[in-house]
Design a protein around this ligand. Structure first.
Ligand code: GLA
Length: 504
């Protein structure tokens, strides 16, 4: 009895200390409204030990990652803490200031270079943020070639331009524009919906679309009616990169649903899977969906998106992959595009009919580069035998954008049936010369000027192991230049390219 009284007095005394407030312990959920009937949840798992000032530990759990909190300081009903996101050398510090209210936490989050944002977290169940049970990946085997993508896939993808704002009417209008702009006639076929179409699952586990996509089957019929094909997106994890429902534990069911809807292409994006599997397990995890797509009985192009980790090019074809991303996400800038594009040389041996290196979708027409730079982008992707997935708004293209995307000669370089990825044959400061052998025995050659001032760039046929006079065509000018002896030279503007084809 005496002890209880003493403890009570002690507590009273402590409560009078203005620095000691209501504990933060618990699981707190911030639900951000995606505006399509779905929510993105962030869970704060906090544990306050005792009543001392700094004993706050915990984690911040996002759909695709979680980080321990660091530098926590509690003062009464207020706490500050931080998390470090990203990997070295690209770590970023995210700062939180939380105030304990009666039944909620008021949180201000400050991300580097962004204005502070106010959030409200409410108490969640004791399991909030917990991962589903781990499913062991299958034993490895070889998924048979699906016979698709004999040349690099061509089409459009919603992500680069529309992000989370893609919806059914937009996809229909993009399909219309793909036809009316001449892109379909030039070879573009796939209309690919990226992340943010998903909702949750029904009682039987079947994936649901959110309200931006009221009827996926009807949408597929519409797109097919235009002579085009429809693509979709998911993740092997419980959550996609944007925090939407992934295919974890529902691979076969989802593949069947896609087939029923009439889906022709799947981009399968690692993101949330990183919370469950190690990089070394990727092959088995991707194989699972490769098998599921095959079992669906429909021809579905399989696009692996795991940012080139774990040497995907060495096992991509074995899991049934038709293409695999080789890098992180492209941005609509000269730096991003050239860092990716000129970095692909060593991967050339891994590309071929049915299985392609994917340096990410095109940014042509999105506004962050000049026309000259976008022609360099298109030229480089064509020489790389890269998938040509336009990433712009096809409904409102300038004549220049259409001309770049639909240049028949350039597309023919990309789509050449030999399926060899071009290689760098010479680099000298800002000057790079790349060449791609073509089925006819011809070569496509790109003379690139990555520098800030005009440059005269030449190539000798002997550098390609060729001899004698060759017929040359300038692919951007659309002009035959006649027979040229031994060497070709062009004045190339800064950030520009001269793209030629020399006949056999
Ligand atoms: C990742 C991919 C992108 C895009 C987004 C969608 O970042 O690399 O291409 O699919 O996810 O959330």
């Amino acid at each position: 009895m005496k002890n209880v009284v003493v403890a009570g007095l002690l507590l009273l005394a402590l409560n009078q200390d203005p620095r000691v407030g209501t504990p933060f312990s618990g699981r707190w959920i911030v639900r951000a409204d995606n505006g399509d009937g779905t929510f993105r949840e962030t869970v704060f798992v906090l544990e306050q030990r005792g009543t001392s000032l700094t004993e706050l530990t915990g984690r911040v759990i996002n759909p695709t990652n979680e980080q321990p909190i660091v530098d926590a300081v509690v003062t009464g009903d207020n706490a500050t803490f931080a998390v470090i996101t990203g990997r070295p050398p690209n770590e970023r510090r995210v700062e939180y200031r939380a105030t304990r209210r009666e039944v909620s936490l008021a949180i201000t989050v400050t991300r580097p270079g962004q204005a502070p944002q106010s959030l409200v977290a409410t108490r969640g169940p004791a399991t909030a943020g917990d991962l589903p049970a781990r499913i062991e990946p299958p034993a490895l085997h070889r998924v048979p070639d699906n016979g698709l993508a004999r040349t690099p896939p061509m089409g459009w993808n919603s992500w680069n331009h529309f992000r989370g704002r893609v919806d059914d009417p937009t996809v229909r209008a993009v399909a219309d524009a793909m036809v009316s702009s001449g892109m379909k006639a030039a070879g573009y076929t796939y209309v690919n919906i990226d992340d943010t179409w998903e909702a949750g699952r029904d009682a039987s586990g079947r994936i649901q679309t959110n309200r931006k996509f009221p009827d996926m089957k009807a949408l597929a019929e519409y797109v097919h009616g235009k002579g085009l094909k429809l693509g979709i997106y998911s993740s092997p994890g419980p959550r996609t990169c944007a925090g939407y429902e992934g295919s974890y534990g529902h691979e076969e069911q989802d593949a069947r649903t896609y087939a029923e809807w009439g889906i022709d292409y799947l981009k399968y994006d690692w993101c949330g899977a990183a919370r469950i599997y190690k990089d070394e397990e990727m092959q088995a995890v991707y194989q699972k969906m490769g098998d599921a797509l095959r079992a669906s009985g429909r021809d579905i192009v399989y696009s692996l998106c795991q940012y080139g980790r774990n040497n995907v090019w060495t096992w991509g074809p074995q899991v049934g992959g038709n293409l695999w991303r080789t890098t992180g996400d492209i941005g609509d800038s000269w730096d991003s595009m050239t860092r990716i594009g000129f970095g692909q040389d060593a991967l050339a041996p891994h590309a071929g009919p049915g299985h392609w290196n994917d340096p990410d979708m095109l940014e042509i027409g999105n506004g962050g580069m000049t026309g000259t730079e976008y022609r360099t982008h298109m030229s480089l992707w064509a020489l790389l035998a890269a998938p040509l997935l336009a990433g712009n708004d096809l409904r409102s293209m300038s004549p220049e954008t259409v001309a770049i995307l639909t240049n028949r000669d350039v597309i023919a370089v990309d789509q050449d049936p030999l399926g060899r990825q071009g290689r760098r044959i010479r680099a000298d400061g800002a000057i790079e010369v790349w060449a791609k052998p073509l089925a006819s025995g011809a070569h496509a050659i790109g003379l690139f000027n990555r520098g800030q001032s005009p440059a005269r760039i030449s190539v000798r046929w002997s550098e390609l192991g060729a001899k004698g006079a060759r017929k040359v065509r300038d692919l951007w000018a659309g002009r035959d230049l006649g027979r040229v002896d031994a060497e070709y030279a062009a004045d190339v503007e800064p950030h520009g390219v001269a793209l030629i084809r020399i006949e056999r």
